[in-house]
Design a protein around this ligand. Structure first.
Ligand SMILES: *[C@@H]1O[C@H](CO)[C@@H](O)[C@H](O)[C@H]1NC(C)=O
Ligand SMILES: *[C@@H]1O[C@H](CO)[C@@H](O)[C@H](O)[C@H]1NC(C)=O
Ligand SMILES: *[C@@H]1O[C@H](CO)[C@@H](O)[C@H](O)[C@H]1NC(C)=O
Ligand SMILES: *[C@@H]1O[C@H](CO)[C@@H](O)[C@H](O)[C@H]1NC(C)=O
Ligand SMILES: *[C@@H]1O[C@H](CO)[C@@H](O)[C@H](O)[C@H]1NC(C)=O
Length: 477
């Protein structure tokens, strides 16, 4: 009797361990000029055993592609909609139209609603300071009222700049929320605690390195350092642990040290900065993924941590205000093809992930600077034009195309514009400076890309029709 209980107990532990080891999620952002069809992306997730996804909105086409997949989803309310959610009726409407509508067998497995995205970022100048908490409270209350509050939690993904340690004592155990937002943070954290909702934090070792040229490089990775940070007998050898534990201490300081913490974003970009490259990304993930799979946790929080990698795909129209690397966070390229070997199960089997299947590309045609172009007086302004409407970040210092010559620079810019415009003939003019070629003009590591084809009008109609049927079906429920 007691023995079978032990056996059942062990079995249960095993089940829990197995389930919990499946915790890895990814962020699926869609700020791309030519997007892969949502169905293709969902298949990509499934093919690679990714069971959790974090979105930045609740777009209908994304949601209908996710329906029936069994993938757990965090949907989101963009910052711009936070003030509208300060009205409870509006929040209820949001929940009805974007959450409960998908809540049926074969629908979408929504686990979380992200209320805003890093709303307290210092660069936002407090724009969302007073609207974030009321929006959070209204959304969770609306979820509760709709009867789904036990399984669907509202949370606020925050940037790690909401807390820190004093310069006089820069150790994780001295972590506190930023004094200027302490009242708001305390209110949010207490509300999350009351509703058994997790705290969601985005942690970026890459940004520590980017922001400070004296930052010890090894500390951004997980291979050990020669001079760890000593803190109450704990040796911190990487900034991920140190940062996470600074949050644990900040939560303790407001009396909620046991609150569940989700890492909403973590990753490493592969282009657009001297520290953004495939070798560093490989090194970062080879350190991070085995730790996550082994449920190692951090010194103050050993055990499983739910983590969402940032991100799934490169996004070529993301704002580059934070830096040129912003468009290169994907573990897959813009077209869903893997960039480097990666083992999401943390076993360090150096295999490439499975790429997106059946991707439709535009024809193999590139736009280039005419070899016999003579008058270069207008070249600069034409390159500027191209780079204003297309992504030229790989041309910058330390990036993949930084070593091409001046002509290559011009061709790169022209081609990016031409591809962004769907290879329209008129998009390869540049006042007579450019021409179309069917020769692959890529140079070394600098790939002159061919864009993916956006859906043709017939399939777009089919999709529209499908989506309409899908929605009709939902409205009937
Ligand atoms: C559903 O969510 C999207 C994305 O946040 C938003 O734009 C839309 O207004 C929401 N629908 C309703 C009815 O609130
Ligand atoms: C924040 O303030 C700075 C300096 O006053 C300004 O340059 C920036 O545009 C502001 N940002 C936002 C998002 O309002
Ligand atoms: C937020 O509310 C506080 C207290 O009511 C007020 O002093 C402050 O000006 C408000 N901040 C913003 C950015 O609206
Ligand atoms: C190519 O373009 C980049 C970005 O505009 C610039 O920094 C670089 O100096 C250019 N290289 C040459 C050789 O003109
Ligand atoms: C063009 O050449 C580059 C470098 O050799 C290669 O990686 C890329 O796949 C080629 N592009 C196409 C569309 O064939």
């Amino acid at each position: 009797m007691s023995r079978s209980i032990v056996v059942i107990g062990l079995w249960w532990c095993l089940v829990v361990l197995v389930l919990r080891a499946e915790g890895l999620g990814v962020n699926w952002g869609t700020m791309a000029n030519h997007k892969l069809p949502p169905k293709t992306v969902v298949q990509l997730l499934k093919d690679n055993g990714i069971t959790k996804v974090k979105l930045f909105d609740a777009d209908q086409s994304t949601m209908s592609a996710l329906a029936g997949s069994g993938i757990e989803v965090m949907i989101a309310i963009p910052n711009a909609e936070l003030s509208a959610m300060n009205n409870y009726n509006r929040a209820k409407e949001w929940v009805r139209r974007n959450v409960t509508r998908y809540n049926f067998q074969g629908g979408v497995t929504i686990k979380y609603v992200a209320v805003g995205n890093e709303p307290f970022l210092t660069s936002y100048n407090n724009s969302f300071l007073n609207t974030t908490f009321p929006a959070l409270a209204n959304i969770q209350n609306a979820l509760n009222e709709a009867g789904v509050g036990d399984s669907i939690k509202a949370t606020v993904p925050l940037n790690a700049d909401v807390y820190g340690s004093p310069e006089s004592n820069p150790v994780p155990s001295a972590g506190r929320f930023r004094p200027d937002i302490l009242p708001q943070m305390t209110q949010i954290v207490q509300f999350l605690g009351k509703n058994k909702a997790p705290f969601t934090i985005n942690i970026y070792p890459f940004l520590s390195l980017y922001a400070n040229e004296h930052f010890p490089v090894d500390y951004a990775f997980f291979d050990g350092v020669s001079n760890p940070i000593a803190d109450n007998g704990i040796q911190y050898t990487n900034v991920f642990d140190a940062n996470f534990d600074t949050l644990v201490s900040s939560l303790r300081a407001v009396g909620l040290g046991d609150m569940e913490i989700i890492v909403g974003e973590v990753g490493w970009p592969t282009d657009g900065d001297r520290n953004a490259n495939i070798n560093y990304a490989l090194r970062f993930y080879r350190g991070l993924l085995p730790r996550l799979a082994g449920n190692k946790g951090t010194p103050l929080r050993p055990g499983y941590i739910e983590v969402y990698l940032f991100g799934l795909l490169d996004e070529d129209i993301k704002s580059v205000a934070p830096g040129n690397f912003e468009r290169h966070w994907g573990i897959f390229k813009y077209d869903g093809q893997p960039k480097f070997p990666m083992d999401l199960s943390g076993q360090l089997q150096d295999k490439y992930l499975i790429g997106a299947q059946d991707v439709n590309y535009l024809p193999k045609r590139w736009c280039m600077l005419k070899p016999d172009a003579k008058d270069f007086t207008k070249l600069g302004e034409n390159i500027n034009f191209a780079c204003t409407f297309a992504d030229c970040t790989p041309l910058g210092y330390g990036s993949s195309c930084n070593t091409v010559d001046a002509n290559g620079n011009a061709s790169y810019a022209f081609n990016m514009y031409f591809q962004a415009q769907g290879q329209k003939d008129t998009a390869c003019g540049f006042q007579g400076l450019a021409m179309v070629t069917d020769q692959n003009i890529s140079q070394g590591n600098c790939n002159f890309m061919i864009q993916i084809a956006t859906t043709s009008s017939s399939t777009r109609f089919a999709q529209f029709f499908g989506a309409t049927l899908f929605l009709l079906f939902f409205s009937l429920l």
